[in-house]
Design a protein around this ligand. Structure first.
Ligand SMILES: [Cu+2]
Length: 487
């Protein structure tokens, strides 16, 4: 049976609520409901009061420490969101924060100062652009993070790596299917990169994996080599990953299980989008996405097509919003998504600092997001505003400090499935500028994008075309081991 993986699906924790105390720190995290809405986590009254007392103490201490240093002309800084609390209230749409939690950072913040000067940005390169030794060094550093004891102390977290899984899990409503998708993940990847560097002596920038170069043959891409990330899981063993650097490893969230992958390749490949959903992130698709005239349409296209479908095509842990970070390939995938945003910003300097679209997942048609929207990092880093992360060199108070290497050459494309553009996520048909030749883009790619742009301009649709209809008809959700609630 063929499967479609167009939906980056939330999985549900096995219990209604996980809560408790570990290392003296009491936390709780809510489960996801099929309606994609977080339920606020409920702590018992005693723990809640203790937390309030602790927060009040921190707040008072902050005031006492900062008052003597305050300048008369400095505007008052709101402190309504304490950075070291689990954001139990941010789940509901009405609780999207608008005020910024200011220092001091939480005591368990991974890094406190990260100066970024004009000469210090690191170059993030494609996985293939690393030497074999550098790839091994990277994987060794990831293993180091997976063995370092948790610093957040969240329920279930065994390691610093698990801390990142936990923080991402907390982010679901504020960072997916919303305008903040790209801004929220940008500092997360940098925090992970900084953790590798500061805690595990990794000396390079995090690599990215440009899957568009591999479109049509992703299941045999270099990253999946047994020397590196290993490949799809063992079908006779619950699709547990049994090859590569992370063979036979376990994941902690939402409950302990083997790291899983189930490639949408071979017999499970999509008839509509090809092996591993290739048409959803082909070079043609990416050129189309780069041509989007607004941040909103760019983000929608990038999230709904390459992002969702790479998650879905890899399968196992990757399609679940609360489990995807369990798979270390997550970081190379998201570094590449961040790179496409970087490329779009560079291509459109006048749009580089623009931000628009919906703030809330359940209001897809809204356009209420602003650069002042606040993003929360659940105790791993102080809150940030969206506008803080536009610049990858010095943004987020120096946390962001990188550029991206030149793109790999685009392979020549002959597969008809890869010469088509998926544009079903646009809210309305967008008039497109003529295709512009980018470096290394073959004529076939330019021609395909131009043809699609012309067709879109000539067709008075709401963005839904015949291909879209076929895709929707075939679209199926991933049925993973831990998926609860059937479809
Ligand atoms: Cu995410």
């Amino acid at each position: 049976m063929r499967r479609m993986y167009s939906i980056y699906k939330e999985r549900l924790p096995s219990a209604d609520l996980h809560s408790g105390c570990q290392s003296g720190r009491c936390v709780a995290f809510p489960k996801l409901q099929p309606t994609d809405v977080y339920l606020p986590a409920m702590l018992n009254l005693q723990l809640y009061v203790r937390r309030l007392i602790r927060l009040a103490s921190i707040f008072t201490l902050t005031i006492l420490l900062t008052l003597p240093l305050a300048h008369a002309q400095d505007p008052p800084v709101p402190t309504s969101v304490a950075p070291d609390t689990v954001p139990t209230g941010v789940a509901t749409p009405s609780a999207v924060p608008t005020t910024l939690a200011n220092p001091p950072p939480p005591p368990n913040t991974l890094m406190t100062t990260l100066p970024c000067t004009a000469t210090s940005p690191r170059m993030r390169v494609e996985f293939r652009q690393l030497t074999d030794q550098q790839r091994r060094d990277y994987l060794a550093a990831v293993t180091c993070l997976r063995t370092l004891p948790s610093r957040l102390g969240a329920q279930g977290s065994r390691s610093v790596y698990d801390d990142f899984v936990y923080v991402h899990m907390q982010s679901v409503p504020m960072a997916h299917n919303v305008a903040a998708f790209l801004p929220w993940h940008r500092p997360l990847v940098s925090l992970y990169e900084a953790a590798l560097q500061t805690l595990c002596n990794y000396t390079h920038a995090i690599p990215y994996w440009d899957w568009s170069v591999d479109a049509g043959r992703v299941s045999t891409a270099l990253v999946w080599s047994v020397e590196y990330f290993g490949g799809s899981g063992d079908p006779d063993n619950g699709y547990c990953v049994t090859t590569g650097h992370f063979a036979n490893e376990n994941a902690a969230y939402p409950d302990m299980h083997c790291l899983q992958r189930r490639f949408a390749a071979g017999e499970e490949a999509s008839q509509v989008d090809g092996d591993m959903e290739a048409s959803q992130y082909s070079p043609v698709e990416l050129q189309w996405i780069l041509q989007q005239p607004t941040y909103d349409t760019f983000r929608r296209e990038l999230e709904n097509h390459p992002h969702n479908n790479i998650h879905g095509a890899i399968g196992g842990d990757m399609p679940g919003l609360i489990t995807s970070v369990n798979d270390p390939i997550f970081w190379l995938h998201h570094a590449n998504l961040d790179r496409w945003w970087y490329l779009w910003q560079q291509r459109n300097p006048e749009l580089a600092n623009t931000f628009s679209g919906n703030r809330q997942r359940d209001a897809q048609d809204a356009n209420d997001a602003t650069p002042d929207d606040v993003m929360i990092y659940s105790g791993i880093w102080p809150d940030l505003r969206v506008r803080d992360v536009f610049n990858t060199v010095g943004g987020a108070n120096g946390l962001l400090c990188y550029n991206y290497s030149a793109s790999l050459p685009t392979p020549n494309i002959t597969n008809p499935l890869l010469l088509r553009v998926s544009q079903d996520s646009l809210p309305d048909a967008q008039p497109q500028a003529a295709a512009v030749r980018l470096p290394h883009v073959p004529d076939s790619v330019v021609a395909a994008v131009a043809a699609t742009a012309a067709a879109a301009a000539a067709t008075p649709t709401n963005g839904v075309n015949a291909t879209t209809t076929a895709r929707r008809g075939l679209r199926r959700r991933w049925r993973g081991r831990m998926t609860v609630g059937g479809e």
